[in-house]
Design a protein around this ligand. Structure first.
Ligand code: GLU
Length: 432
């Protein structure tokens, strides 16, 4: 498999750092694994190995000290076959073109797996938000938006929040787009403040989706929610919301790992108090009533459900052989390496893949985009109901496909999604 991955990686993409074990290598391997199940459509799978459009931009800004700072930004539209591009923008020191390509590819699969009328896209700027002031972040956001302005738009490609970006960043993006085009088009981004055409329920939607999908998966596997031991990696917008909802429903949050430390308590951590502590102290470390443990020891914690909700590539084969969970709920994008998927499958551990498990965010983004077009807004109750209905329906379809084709849930989600994308691709035909 590794050889396939390396050769697929080199084919046509020589400008990217050749790393078959990186996120783009992982994405290509996942495409490789689904291809034998695509029948006649497999012929078109090559299109999925090549992002449709890749934009690299220089983002120069005036720093607070008067100097000029340069940041590298990206927007990748992996596929536009099923509709406009859709996917978040992340600000992180680890952002690379290869990473954004993979994240865009996963958006193509995610949007198709949930049957949202979008292609897949993603953006990012390589920066450390902890080292920039709010004003500098605003200037980066505005200049980045201007630089990618030619390829985004409500009918072209619609950015949204991702790691280290939020409603305020989306407000600056929307405003910059409006200033440049003269059109007060709120639908150019989603995840905006409610006041600016944002949707109720959007901020919590990804974490809520993990919870909704998680409950359904537990029911299918016969794992009781009451008293279930849940371990969460990453305590940002996804992990903290999912943890709070699981705790509220009777599960026990037995461990949380963030980018600096991990805390554990076998009788359960109070999610709201832990979040308040993390906000005031820059992380979960030192939370009273919990043991602060080595970050790596997180993977050995006794639990029933593991939620990786941080970054890509966290669940390696070695860690996969140590975890005790019955069920892995991928809150992050791309947290599990293909080799780890094999280890988990061999150990009988079910993985609900990112492309369905964390699709709650983009699903409510879709609702936001629809509401912006209609200029008519729904109640939070309506949004949460429709979200749960869409996610449960998508999971059911993927679960049935997995049973029927005797494949993992990840491969099943890729089968469902790739069939939709490639059918659209063929129906549209090649231009010219
Ligand atoms: N960044 C989120 C994701 O990875 C949401 C994308 C969106 O709402 O467009 O799914």
């Amino acid at each position: 498999m590794a050889d396939n991955r390396a050769s697929a990686f080199y084919a046509g993409l020589s400008f990217v750092r050749p790393d078959p074990t990186g996120p783009w290598g992982t994405f290509l391997e996942q495409i490789e694994r689904v291809t034998p199940y695509l029948g006649a459509l497999a012929e078109g799978a090559e299109t999925l190995r090549r992002p449709k459009r890749t934009l690299i931009v220089d983002v120069p800004i005036e720093m607070d000290d008067g100097s000029t700072g340069h940041f590298e930004g990206f927007r990748v539209q992996h596929s536009l076959s099923r509709g406009p591009g859709k996917g978040g923008v992340r600000f992180h020191p680890g952002v690379t073109l290869e990473e954004v390509m993979a994240l865009a590819g996963w958006m193509t699969i995610k949007n198709a797996a949930v049957n949202l009328p979008f292609g897949g896209a993603k953006g990012g700027v390589r920066l450390d938000p902890k080292k920039l002031s709010r004003k500098e972040i605003e200037r980066v956001t505005r200049r980045y938006t201007s630089e990618i302005g030619g390829i985004i738009g409500p009918q072209q490609d619609i950015p949204a929040p991702d790691v280290n970006t939020d409603a305020q960043v989306m407000a600056w993006m929307m405003d910059t787009y409006a200033m440049n085009t003269g059109l007060a088009n709120t639908g150019v981004v989603t995840g905006k403040p409610i006041n600016l055409g944002g949707s109720l329920g959007r901020a919590a939607a990804t974490g809520r989706g993990v919870f909704v999908i998680g409950c359904d998966a537990m029911r299918r596997l016969g794992v009781a929610l009451e008293g279930a031991r849940v371990a969460v990696q990453g305590f940002g917008n996804v992990g903290s919301v999912a943890a709070a909802l699981f705790a509220e429903a009777g599960a026990k949050i037995v461990a949380v790992q963030d980018s600096r430390a991990a805390v554990a308590n076998p009788s359960g951590l109070p999610a709201a108090a832990l979040l308040a502590h993390a906000r005031n102290n820059g992380g979960v470390a030192g939370f009273p009533g919990a043991e602060t443990i080595e970050r790596e020891a997180f993977w050995d914690i006794a639990c029933d459900v593991l939620i990786p909700a941080a970054l890509e590539g966290q669940l390696t084969a070695a860690r996969a052989s140590r975890i005790t969970a019955r069920l892995v709920l991928e809150g992050a994008n791309g947290p599990t390496l293909p080799e780890a998927d094999d280890v988990l499958a061999g150990r009988g551990i079910t993985v609900v893949p990112d492309v369905i498990c964390n699709a709650g965010g983009v699903t409510v983004s879709y609702f936001e985009w629809v509401q912006d077009f209609a200029s008519y807004f729904w109640t939070e109750e309506e949004i949460n109901e429709r979200l749960a209905k869409i996610l449960r329906g998508a999971l059911r379809h993927i679960w049935e496909t997995a049973d029927l084709r005797k494949v993992s849930l990840r491969t099943a989600a890729f089968i469902v999604a790739c069939e939709r994308v490639l059918t659209a691709h063929i129906e549209r035909g090649l231009y010219p």
